[in-house]
Design a protein around this ligand. Structure first.
Ligand SMILES: C[S@@+](CC[C@H](N)C(=O)[O-])C[C@H]1O[C@@H](n2cnc3c(N)ncnc32)[C@H](O)[C@@H]1O
Length: 285
């Protein structure tokens, strides 16, 4: 079901750009109906705090509106859009789309949008992108820290909150933009491991921490568990095109530092190394 389409009693943006919010009368019913269930693909999940408070929801929605307005009017956003619309990047987005018209977006690891500004900026960017580009399809979101209030606001903004923890292992059976700002290396690694096939990797666009930086810092990780949980991240570098984004101002440093777009283009299955998680990690393999 499209995120919340049937159940939300929230009008879209009004003509002057403000949100009109009518709080739903029966939230519990709305949540159970609208949250997507994929129990066969991961651990079932529900927010720990099931009770929501309309005042908290409204306050958080206002914070999100403020955050979206700030991003939309920023030099940072102008530069971000300019980069996406460069021919270099547009070609790659089109390649991932293939004959499909839409690329779904999956957001993992957004963090607490109620508690922190960087997650609000990150979510704002994802939502503004969807509004701007017709080729971006539905948005699904998961982070185990999401509260019931945050889930409500996410759905009010048109996203679907997943009810299972996929551990980042979603297979890209159709073109998918994985929006994973500042996630742990292990989550990127899970995603790559689950998609370690030419056809699947070619259907992924990934926004997240720079893989180039992981590779550059590999010597510092030698004795750390990161190295074991980033083997696919390092191995995919050979088939990656990475485009770093510019944070432009200090305001967006915390939210977007060291963030990049990644596109993967192995041509042959035989090019993909099989990756062994037992034994020592070799720097060259
Ligand atoms: C380093 S924090 C980044 C939070 C936020 N994006 C930021 O930049 O402040 C990593 C986030 O990944 C989330 N996370 C951990 N396991 C996850 C999973 N299996 N699926 C989705 N998100 C997960 C954590 O709860 C946490 O919010």
């Amino acid at each position: 079901m499209a995120a919340s389409a049937k159940v939300l009693t929230i009008d879209n943006l009004t003509q002057n750009g403000e949100w009109t919010i009518v709080l739903p009368r029966r939230q519990k019913q709305r949540r159970t109906n609208s949250i997507k269930t994929r129990t066969e693909e991961g651990q079932p999940w529900i927010p720990t705090d099931l009770e929501t408070d309309p005042r908290k929801q409204s306050k958080l929605m206002q914070k999100m509106e403020t955050s979206m307005r700030r991003i939309e009017n920023s030099q940072f956003y102008a530069s971000f859009l300019e980069q996406i619309q460069s021919s270099d990047m547009l070609d790659r987005f089109h390649k991932v789309l293939g004959s499909d018209l839409k690329m779904q977006m999956v957001i993992y690891g957004i963090g607490s949008i109620e508690s922190y500004e960087p997650p609000r900026f990150q979510l704002s960017l994802a939502i503004l992108m969807k509004r701007k580009f017709s080729w971006i399809g539905d948005i699904e979101v998961f982070d185990p820290v999401l509260s019931a209030t945050e889930s409500w606001v996410l759905e009010a903004l048109g996203c679907t909150v997943l009810s299972v923890n996929e551990e980042g292992r979603r297979q890209a059976l159709k073109p998918t933009l994985f929006f994973m700002p500042h996630c742990e290396a292990e989550l990127y690694n899970n995603l790559l491991q689950a998609n370690w096939r030419v056809d699947l990797l070619n259907r992924i666009v990934l926004f997240g921490n720079s893989f180039e930086t992981y590779e550059q810092n590999i010597v510092y990780y030698r004795n750390s568990s990161i190295i074991n949980s980033a083997r696919h991240v390092i191995a995919v570098r050979k088939f990656s095109d990475e485009f770093r984004i510019k944070t432009i101002s200090d305001d967006y440093f915390a939210a977007f530092l060291d963030s990049s777009w990644h596109f993967f283009g192995p041509d042959l299955e035989s090019e993909l190394p099989s990756i062994n998680y037992d034994g020592d990690y070799l720097l060259d393999g």
